[in-house]
Design a protein around this ligand. Structure first.
Ligand code: NAI
Length: 262
């Protein structure tokens, strides 16, 4: 076989080194997004950090990455607002020139049983967790295609695969995100871009702080690994999918859930 990908030396070169790449991570001020930003920066990427509120948390993430010798800036914009997303695009491009890796991580919950769920709770979750991904991806994917290299990694959830009591809005958004990612993967596969989804299980962050203790115990009891996940454990999967090592992986859903859904 003459295909260069079969040669050991070339294959070894396809590492998780992200040197020279620019990554944009939405929702990067805390939790999983923050861990992703660090994981990408640790592998050499320059990182643009988005969150809706800005302030001290985002500043801290930026400064810590800079303190470790990396390049980072933050952009406080609401991803559900098209004008703000356009502003973010302009600012990120002015600072970094391009985006090679887009991680759509920002997400919210507004949990209630379907009986009690309001139209407002439905709309709010869909607008951030699903429409927000559409709006941000729109701004960045075609320039990646022009350069013939790009990575889109979308953070869905195990709930988007199996559903959950009290989360019809969130499950619909995350299930929609998985279907969106597979369709986008098909459209951009021959343009040098891979589009993959990471579906975390229950991870220790502010989001799961809101889950009552008894609910978390039920989850850990039902998780073969027997504990909640850590943001770094999700970030490691994202770093792989963002790298050249994952050049033949697209349209995939990577479960990082301690075996919860198998
Ligand atoms: P978090 O609540 O700790 O952090 C959310 C981040 O998103 C923050 O930086 C916040 O500023 C940002 N954000 C929220 N709304 C935004 C908006 N409209 N525009 C821009 N930024 C916005 O959340 P966590 O736990 O770190 O979750 C991150 C992602 O992982 C979310 O998409 C979530 O649905 C998903 N996920 C989380 C799980 C968990 O157990 N924590 C499990 C499965 C998926």
């Amino acid at each position: 076989m003459t295909d260069s990908a079969t040669k050991t030396d070339d294959f070894a070169a396809r590492s998780i080194d992200l040197d020279g790449k620019v990554a944009l991570v939405t929702g990067a001020s805390r939790g999983i997004g923050k861990a992703i930003a660090f994981a990408l920066a640790a592998r050499g990427a320059r990182v643009a950090l988005n969150c809706n509120t800005g302030g001290s948390l985002a500043e801290q993430v930026r400064d810590e990455i800079r303190g470790l010798g990396g390049a980072a800036e933050y952009y406080a914009h609401n991803i559900a607002d098209e004008d703000e997303v356009q502003k973010m695009r302009d600012e990120v491009i002015a600072d970094f020139n391009q985006v090679d890796i887009l991680v759509n991580n920002a997400g919210i919950t507004r949990d209630k049983t379907f009986k009690k769920m309001t139209r407002e709770m439905w709309d709010t979750v869909i607008s951030v967790d699903l429409t927000g991904v559409f709006l941000v991806t729109k701004q960045f994917i075609d320039p990646m295609a022009e350069r013939k290299w790009g990575r889109v990694v979308n953070i869905a959830s195990v709930i988007g695969e199996i559903g959950n009591f009290g989360q019809t809005n969130y499950a619909a958004a995350k299930g929609g995100l998985i279907a969106f990612s597979k369709s986008l993967a098909r459209e951009y596969a021959r343009k040098g871009i891979t589009v993959n989804t990471v579906a975390p299980g229950f991870i220790k962050t502010d989001m799961t702080e809101a889950v009552p203790e008894a609910g978390l115990k039920m989850v850990t009891d039902a998780t073969p690994i027997g504990r909640l996940g850590l943001p770094n454990e999700v970030a490691a999967g994202v770093a792989f999918l963002a790298s050249d090592a994952a050049s033949y992986v697209t349209g995939h859903v990577l479960d990082i859930n301690g075996g919860y859904s198998m």
